[in-house]
Ligand binder design. Structure first.
Ligand SMILES: [Zn+2]
Length: 158
């Protein structure tokens, strides 16, 4: 059996196998997207879609956390950006490819015109994600979720 060891040769200490960056990214998305869905829902659990304005009930899989600049490695700096990701109905997110036109209007309504400059500037940032960054953000967003004090959406453990 192979051990990752620290310390002297005579006293190997077994360390927990480090989680892969891919696993950590998935875990962060689970927590981060939950935060976005709860943040953008009202006290009754309804979320207004950023793109079309439709009110959808959270916890029915109809509310997604949708990217303006979409997921993938191209815009890594915006993948976990709270302004670039907002509550969106599943229809806009899944079938209308994010309903970009509506999303743009929704962003301006929510944050003002300058939001587009901010996102344009940030999308070109070179960004490499390391495991420790994911771990720190997972912890941070779990705390932020608790602070929101809103109902969970899928009844899942955070
Ligand atoms: Zn929508």
């Amino acid at each position: 059996m192979k051990y990752n060891t620290i310390g002297t040769d005579s006293l190997p200490i077994k360390l927990a196998k480090p989680k892969s960056v891919k696993t950590l990214k998935k875990s962060l998305w689970r927590v981060f997207s939950e935060f976005i869905r709860r943040r953008d829902s009202d006290d009754n659990g309804y979320c207004e879609c950023i793109s079309c304005g439709k009110r959808v009930k959270n916890g029915t899989w109809k509310v997604h956390a949708g990217h303006y600049y979409s997921r993938g490695n191209t815009w890594a700096a915006l993948y976990f950006d709270e302004i670039n990701v907002n509550g969106q109905c599943s229809h806009c997110n899944t079938y209308l490819e994010g309903n970009k036109q509506g999303y743009r209007k929704g962003l301006i309504k929510k944050y003002g015109e300058q939001v587009l400059d901010y996102l344009d500037m940030k999308k070109n940032n070179r960004c490499k994600w390391y495991g420790f960054m994911y771990e720190a953000l997972i912890k941070e967003y779990k705390e932020k979720i608790l602070k929101l004090n809103r109902k969970d959406t899928y009844g899942q453990r955070i």
